[in-house]
Design a protein around this ligand. Sequence first.
Ligand code: GUN
Length: 293
Amino acid sequence: MKIIDGRELAKTIKSEIADEVKKYTSTGKRRPHLAAILVGEDPASRVYVRNKTRSCDKVGFDSTLIRKGADIQQDELLEAVEQLNNDSNIDGFIVQLPLPAHLNEKEITLAIDAEKDVDGFHPENFGKMAQGMDTFLPATPFGILTMLDRYNINVSGKNCVVLGRSNIVGTPISILLSRKANPGNATVTLCHSRTQNLVNYTKAADIIVIALGKANFLKKEMIKEGAVVIDVGINRIDAPELEKGYKLVGDADFDDLAEKCSYITPVPGGVGPMTVTSLLMNTLQAYKKNISE
Ligand code: GUN
């Protein structure tokens, strides 16, 4: 079994991004600029957003974090989005999800200028992605494709099983893996909560992408020998033996699967760091377009 080291790969890609940024700034151009809107105090979202802004520093981007209280109303949040849409110093921005339940996430996503939607969540960008047009790919699926590519894992013609059909991960990665592209050209099955006899699918899979949010769900009896396991889950489970009282585990039971699979992404240190890197790559793409206009 080989570990797909997302942390190490993210480091390599970040240094490539930093080199590219230097090429532009050394000729007097401004730095790329990513903004993030964070609503409320959700601890996981705070960590994710902090990772995103810290990573901006590392690659030479400017970053702006806009924090709003959990009680913000829809029109105020729409106004904050509009301000970023109109700010020519911002190349791209994200609204960290999930939003508190009283807010309409779909309306917020639609309000983001598609050219600044570096998350790739706007239906215009999602539609372009589905049709193989040039656009911002959603960060987590983009990170997964980059891992498969850089580790030379052959996807073409393989049976890929995606577990989970979210708009952020499951649905877009199933589209991307089946596209006529590289990496792509896989035969993809998208499984979800209503799938019957799930194990029949996972056992036939050469590549499994799991994004369910269920700690240690995937076990060795469920996969075939030599499968590739891409674990998108980040779950907190109790660990009274640790000082902090919890630990992070994926949707795949790493220790149980380790001997049977050919490649696996660890949690933490697998897909997570690649998601941030993909956001930076999208922001760099937006920046390059802006400075050439
Ligand atoms: N919440 C979980 N993943 C993501 C992501 O990639 N982008 C945003 N904006 N929110 C998220």
